[in-house]
Design a protein around this ligand. Structure first.
Ligand SMILES: [Zn+2]
Length: 367
């Protein structure tokens, strides 16, 4: 008897067979849609016929959706340490209109990565464990071919939010606190973690996309095994200065130049670009059937991702005791004054701008 049938995207899966159950998180539906678009855009741009693997298959929903809805991958490798989950993945693979060859493994994740290394590595790898991907990054990256794509999920959002600062320092070696650009901070802490793990073995893990939800942080990286590129990436790991008044800057200062109070130094944090616009453009072209995906990619395409933080207009308005101005009007004013400015995928009320803080703030009062 089959129970708990789930429909998601263009696939139908079960999460229970007899006494076996497989993990399926309905809250991950949107992130899986984004995953299918990015992995397909990547694989199709590489001419297709690529190999995809996942170490924590659960119900197999991700790889199965990639096979049914996506393109460019012709071999799918599913692994789960739990035999029951693997049985369910096999059943789900069989019962959908899949494309491609399939291989199943029943190994601990790190043993699985090593076996991928032994067999010549893969082009695409998705690491989606319970909690943080951090303990798996080092071994996972080794299992990806040069030029390959790897993605990570982090569901320890509380730790990554700087709310539990001791846990944050212990797990990610970063000092942070709750800031107005919280979601981008979470993404950049995760990205920094990936870059540093890879740099230890002279691999550059270039970030190509990241997005954050209440329940997870997702990061995507293209792997380049070259010491000089890895050094270039690491040079972009710096500190961000933040003050409670809203002042945020890459310039280090002990006291805020606006309110005079001591600042917080947040980092070390990767502050370089995090969006590969060519890849995102291709993913956007594939998003005709996913309005939410298309909208997210549109903002990412326009985003000033060379600025590693955004101002939350709602937060600043409350600090300034004024009403929150329209984001679009603010952006128009900033651009009219010659400051490159954009929306951000990390916050619906967020603005990225190269305008000095004082000038940006003064625009809140223009009627
Ligand atoms: Zn200040």
């Amino acid at each position: 008897m089959q129970k708990n049938q789930v429909e998601e995207g263009n696939v139908k899966i079960v999460t229970e067979i007899d006494n076996d159950t497989a993990f399926y998180n309905p809250l991950g539906k949107f992130s899986r849609s984004i995953f299918v678009k990015i992995f397909s855009a990547y694989a199709m741009s590489k001419g297709g016929n690529l190999t995809y693997a996942e170490p924590f298959s659960g119900s197999g929903i991700k790889g199965i959706r990639l096979s049914v809805e996506g393109g460019g991958f012709s071999t799918f490798i599913f692994n789960d340490i739990d035999e029951g989950s693997l049985r369910i993945t096999k059943e789900n693979w069989k019962n959908n209109v899949v494309k491609g060859e399939v291989i199943f493994y029943n190994l601990e994740a790190n043993d699985f990565f090593q076996s991928l290394v032994n067999k010549g590595r893969v082009d695409g790898l998705d690491v989606d464990p319970f909690g943080s991907s951090s303990p798996y990054i080092f071994n996972a990256i080794r299992a990806v071919r040069g030029g390959g794509l790897i993605s990570f999920t982090f569901t320890d959002t509380q730790v990554l939010g700087g709310i539990h600062s001791e846990a944050l320092e212990k797990r990610y070696h970063v000092k942070a606190k709750k800031v107005q650009f919280l979601k981008e901070l979470q993404a950049r802490i995760a990205i920094t973690n990936v870059i540093l793990e890879a740099s230890a073995i002279n691999i550059a893990a270039f970030p190509v996309f990241a997005h954050v939800d209440k329940h997870y942080i997702r990061t995507y990286h293209i792997i380049k095994p070259k010491a000089s590129l890895s050094s270039e990436l690491v040079k972009n790991i710096k500190y961000i200065t933040a003050s409670d008044c809203g002042y945020t800057s890459l310039e280090e200062s002990f006291y805020c130049p606006y309110c005079g109070k001591p600042t917080d130094n947040i980092g070390p944090l990767y502050v370089g670009n995090i969006f590969n616009k060519d890849l995102i453009k291709k993913a956007h072209e594939l998003s005709g059937d996913c309005k939410g995906c298309a909208e997210l990619f549109e903002i990412a395409l326009e985003e000033n991702d060379n600025i590693p933080f955004y101002y939350d207009t709602r937060y600043l308005a409350s600090m300034l005791r004024t009403t929150t101005p329209s984001k679009n009007i603010l952006l128009e004013r900033l651009r009219a004054s010659g400051f490159k400015s954009s929306r951000t995928i990390f916050c619906s009320t967020g603005v990225k701008t190269c305008a000095p803080f004082g000038i940006f703030e003064s625009m809140f009062y223009v009627k």
